[in-house]
Design a binder for this molecule. Sequence first.
Ligand SMILES: Cc1cc2nc3c(=O)[nH]c(=O)nc-3n(C[C@H](O)[C@H](O)[C@H](O)COP(=O)(O)OP(=O)(O)OC[C@H]3O[C@@H](n4cnc5c(N)ncnc54)[C@H](O)[C@@H]3O)c2cc1C
Length: 437
Amino acid sequence: MPIHVAIVGSGPSGFYTAEALAKSDTDCRIDIIERLPAPHGLIRYGVAPDHQTTKNVSRNFDKTAARGEVNFYGNVDVGHDISLDELRAMYDAVVIAIGSPEDNKLGIPGEDKDGVIGSAAFVGWYNGHPDFVDLAPDLDTANVCVIGNGNVAIDIARLLVKTRAELSHTDITNDALDAIEAAAITDIHMLGRRGPVEAKYTNKELREMGDLENCVPRIDASILPAAVPEDMEMSDRDRRLRNKNLDTLREFALGAAEDLPKRVHFQFFAAPREILGGDKVEGIRMERTEVVDGRAVGTGEFFEIETNLVLPAVGYRSGGMEGLPFNDDWGVAISDDGRAGEGLYVVGWIKRGPTGVIGTNRPDGQEAAKQILEDIAEGSKPGREALEAFVTKNGGRIVDFDDWLTLDAHEKAEAREGAPREKLITVAAMLRVLDGA
Ligand SMILES: Cc1cc2nc3c(=O)[nH]c(=O)nc-3n(C[C@H](O)[C@H](O)[C@H](O)COP(=O)(O)OP(=O)(O)OC[C@H]3O[C@@H](n4cnc5c(N)ncnc54)[C@H](O)[C@@H]3O)c2cc1C
C-alpha cells in the first residue's frame, strides 16, 4: 500500500516537502491541501510585487504539483472545512505547513486605533490576498511611520513611494496601484529600536532605496559608525553584510543634497511608546534609545511624529490549529525537530518561526520527508478518496491543479500592459471564473 500523506499549506515549506517525498523511492500519494484557491503561500501574497524574479521559484513548485503522485486541493480550509483530527484519520501522515500569518503586536497603548495596520494585512492588501481586499488603507497622510528594520519594512516603504511607472509592470493589484498613486504621502519614517549596525535588511533591498524615481533616502550621517564594532560577536559573513549596509547608508547620507518629492527617513534608536489620537491615529510618541548588550534601552527622551498611518512590520506569529501541539508564547508548533505527534509533522514557519528566506524551508521539507519514511513503513489509510468524499459531501468546491492553471491563465490574460498578471482578489471571483456563475 502506498503511504498517503496530506500536506496542509501550499507555501514553500509545503511544496519542498511534497518534492522530497515525490522524489523518494517509496510509493507515496501526496496531497497538498490549501485554504485558498491559489497555491504558493507568501510567494504570491508576501514577496513584493516588484520582485518578480523572486517569485519564479513557484514554477518549480508547479512542476511538483504536476507530478502524477501529487494532487492539489485548493479552497479547503483545515480547521474549518475539515478538522485536523479528521484528516489524521484519513492519512498515514499529515504535515502542517501553514506558516505564521499573524502580526506580532507592538504592545503599546493606542495600537488598536484606526490607521494602525500590521504588515501582514498591509502587504496582503497590495498583493491581492482575499483576506485583505477590503482593507482600504487611508493613504491621505503626508507622513507614514513604518516600524521595523527588516526587509518587510523596506518592502512596504519602497512600494509606497514608487511611481505608477515603477509599479505598473508588477503584479500589484490595480486597486493598490491607484491608491498609491493618489496618496498624499511625502515622507516615510522607517523607525528602528536599535541602531544601523543591528538593522536586519539585506543589502540588495537597502540599495533599492537609493535608486527610486521620485524619492530620496535620508539619514543623519553622524549616527553611522565607520564599521561594525570589533567586539560585537557575529559571523564573518554577517559582519561583511552589515558593513556593506553601513556603506550604503553612508552613500545615502552623502547623496542627501538631492531633493525629490518624497523622502524615506531612516531613523534609528527610536522605540514606539504610544499611538496618539482619538479613534483614528493622529501621531506616534517615540522614545530615543541606546543599545546596551544588544538590547534597546529607553533614554527618557521622547519625540512625536504627526501621522495618520502607522505600519508595524515587527514579525509574525501563528495562531495554531486545533489538535496541533502549540506554544502560544512563541507562536510556533511544539515538535521534536518537526515530529509533532504520531503521523504528525510540521515544517516551515509554523515549525521554526518567521525567519530565513524561501530556500531556508527546503531542508525542513527534506527532513520531514525523511522522518515520514523512517516512521511509516507502509500505508494503511484511505487518503485522497476519503478527503474528496468528505469535502464534497459537505458542499465544498475543491479547486484542483487544473483549475489553478485556468485561474493562472485568466490572471495573465487580464494583466495591464507590461504586468505579469492581474490577480483575482476574492475567492468568489476565482470560483466565478472556474464555474462561470
Ligand atoms: C512580506 C514578506 C515578504 C517576503 N519576501 C521574501 C523574499 O523576497 N525573498 C525570500 O526569500 N523570502 C521572502 N519572504 C519569506 C518567505 O516568504 C517565507 O520564508 C516562506 O513563505 C515561508 O513558507 P511557509 O510554507 O512556512 O509559509 P507560507 O508561505 O505562509 O505558506 C503557508 C500556506 O498555508 C496556507 N494555510 C494556512 N492555514 C491553512 C489552513 N488552515 N488550511 C489550509 N491551508 C492553510 C496559507 O494560505 C499559505 O498558502 C517574505 C516573507 C514575507 C512575510
